[in-house]
Design a protein around this ligand. Structure first.
Ligand code: ADP
Ligand code: MG
Length: 306
């Protein structure tokens, strides 16, 4: 039995490794498809993380030459702080996160992490220190446990559970008949947008990167889920340098700095209170969103009374 057990166990390990290799290749193809030109410079060094300060210096960018998307964007996220980027759809917010991940390179200007230009460092070392919680999480066709474990392969089952607990998804998983072994994805259990996002948050907590990029979902989640997700995000961003593309008012209020982007330019910046006092783009965005929220609340209450 022992003899049989060992090879099976070994094959299991091998299988997992091959599967990870396949996923990494998938990721690679996605990146290559996006832009085959981004390559490490000869002799590129790995990034050295000290405090994890992120800095954009007069960044210009266009996907196609005749259409500039970012027109001189500068900002800094100090170590452990949170900067929120807000602005209308198409303003260039997600482009900023793609440039930080170096899916593309600025046409001019620089992006620095702890003083090192990300154009000069090894891409793998860059992606290792950045955790990304995207707007729409795509789950692998595997168990829910695997989907969290993906954040760090050497994490113990206890660490996986702890990450899930912090991301407020542990109770949900534990109540499933097969628990962490429940298959998810196209061929398994379908998760709601909020549940998928919490799986992504758990994965990121497990990875524990010094820099976080959060692209919040635009869709109106119900208030309860929204609060749960906000709590989970607050936990994961504590003590980490965080850039958040913000849609939720609660994130915006708490951010150390809010950057208002419009047509690829920073049109206003400051904290929530100072931007409201300014009475400009941010203030009108805020008021519009508040009215929408109130209208939704009224509607819900009317429905409940019926
Ligand atoms: P936001 O996140 O603020 O809504 P994005 O950064 O996604 O905006 O996009 C900014 C602009 O760049 C949009 O006009 C969008 O159509 C354009 N854009 C985004 N991705 C590409 C691409 N791969 N090729 C060409 N244009 C793009
Ligand atoms: Mg976007």
């Amino acid at each position: 039995l022992v003899q049989l057990y060992i090879p099976l166990n070994f094959m299991g390990m091998l299988y997992r490794e091959i599967k990870q290799a396949l996923i990494d290749i998938d990721d690679m193809f996605r990146i290559i498809e996006q832009n085959p030109e981004i390559q490490d410079k000869p002799g590129a060094k790995p990034l050295e993380i000290k405090q994890a300060v992120v800095r954009f210096e007069d960044v210009h960018f266009s996907y196609i030459p005749e259409r500039p998307i970012l027109k001189g964007v500068s900002f800094e996220v100090p170590a452990g702080h949170t900067v929120a980027i807000v602005g209308p759809s198409g303003a260039g917010k997600s482009t900023i996160s793609r440039l930080l991940f170096r899916f593309y390179e600025p046409t001019s200007g620089r992006i620095l992490i702890d003083g090192q230009n990300i154009a000069d460092i090894q891409q793998t070392s860059l992606r290792k220190v950045i955790g990304m919680v995207p707007q729409d999480t795509v789950l692998f066709n595997d168990t829910i446990g695997y989907n969290i474990q993906y954040g760090r392969w050497d994490a113990s089952p206890e660490e996986v559970r702890e990450a899930a607990r912090l991301a407020q998804i542990d109770r949900f998983i534990s109540n499933l008949p097969e628990g962490y072994d429940t298959p998810v994805g196209e061929r398994g259990l379908k998760l709601s947008g909020g549940e998928k996002q919490r799986v992504a948050i758990a994965r990121t907590i497990l990875k524990g990167p010094p820099i976080l990029v959060l692209d919040e979902a635009t869709s109106a989640l119900d208030t309860f889920t929204e609060k749960e997700i906000q709590d989970a995000l607050d936990r994961v961003s504590r003590g980490r340098t965080t850039l958040v593309i913000a849609h939720r008012l609660s994130t915006v209020i708490g951010a150390d700095e809010i950057i208002v982007l419009d047509h690829g330019r920073v049109v206003e910046r400051g904290n929530h209170t100072s931007l409201l006092a300014l009475g400009g783009v941010y203030a009108s965005m805020w008021n519009r969103q508040r009215e929408a929220d109130q209208a939704r609340e009224t509607l819900k209450r009317a429905e409940e009374e019926e």
